[in-house]
Ligand binder design. Structure first.
Ligand code: ZN
Length: 189
């Protein structure tokens, strides 16, 4: 799938792109589009992102006062729901929402910029959330995002992540296809 990072310059200290680019991307691929909203009060925009072609919408727990309403709005618009947390947000803060979402996105760096190193403590949160999902019988996807390369991907998988986002590592690679395979296989480069 293609991970699409939307930044509003308020929730994070950077601005990326939004609906017009998503529309363009949607028109040239059938890939699953995994839209990660790093924006304040995402409930204002989730319907438009879904209608523009997002298959999965991740929004941040820290960005809204209405987590349940945002989940419902994404579902009503026909997209899958993913709840994202920043590195400083405790794993336990997503527990009450786990039965309502398809995926939890655990940020493994501070959101806002590519090319950072993975914060090891964030993988402990992946373990905690994976354990909770198993204990409560939930078929939950756990996504990690930030600092993923051929060394950290196997660590993230071991912690319980099954959706692995990689940006800089792939875009800097000489052969992106091979590098994707490398991450999937979990081999060291
Ligand atoms: Zn992202």
């Amino acid at each position: 799938m293609l991970h699409f990072d939307v930044m509003d310059g308020i929730f994070v200290n950077n601005i990326s792109y939004g609906l017009p680019l998503l529309e363009q991307v949607r028109s040239c691929t059938d890939m699953i589009l995994d839209v990660h909203l790093m924006i304040t009060r995402p409930e204002r925009y989730v319907e438009r992102f879904a209608k523009t072609g997002a298959d999965i919408i991740s929004f941040h727990l820290e960005a809204t006062d209405d987590v349940r309403g945002t989940i419902s709005a994404i579902r009503a618009a026909g997209a899958k729901v993913s709840l994202a947390i920043k590195p400083a947000t405790p794993a336990q803060s997503v527990f009450e929402y786990l039965p309502l979402v398809d995926m939890v996105l655990v940020m493994t760096v501070e959101p806002g910029f590519g090319g950072q190193s993975l914060i090891p403590e964030t993988l402990e949160k992946v373990e905690i959330i994976r354990r909770r999902a198993q204990e409560t019988g939930l078929d939950l996807d756990i996504e990690v995002d930030g600092g993923i390369n051929a060394q950290t991907a196997p660590e993230a998988k071991k912690a319980g992540a099954n959706v692995i986002v990689s940006g800089s590592f792939l875009f800097r690679a000489d052969d992106m296809k091979k590098t994707v395979e490398l991450i999937k296989e979990g081999n060291k480069c």
